[in-house]
Design a protein around this ligand. Sequence first.
Ligand SMILES: [Zn+2]
Length: 127
Amino acid sequence: MHTFFNIPLTIQLDFIDDILYATPKRDKICPCGGRRHLHHKKEQDIRHSYTYEYGTITIRLTMYYERCQTCHVTTRHDGGLDVIQKTTANYRKLVTTVAKTHSLGYAARQFDVPKATIQGWRVKELI
Ligand SMILES: [Zn+2]
């Protein structure tokens, strides 16, 4: 882990012009043993962390869309950050923890995330 951002070491971090670029290492071999072909790559700003000093920490994450040439399964590779709705699992956990320890309304204001969205994340967490 990169200690202060809770990001796996397999993701390269570059801080350029106030933007934190996160570039995961591609896994070119599918679990079936076939080779994955990269058909699309995109950068997206994803909410990842929060500090009282800086507020929400956003990373510019490169995500890969790959298709296995053997089993033809298409996958999106996000470096294990589990991106949903432009947030990482780390961020969703932060927000839902604050909602639990304080209140839903407090977390919604603090993180500027709709209450319903936070409730959805809490439900997913229970499954
Ligand atoms: Zn495969």
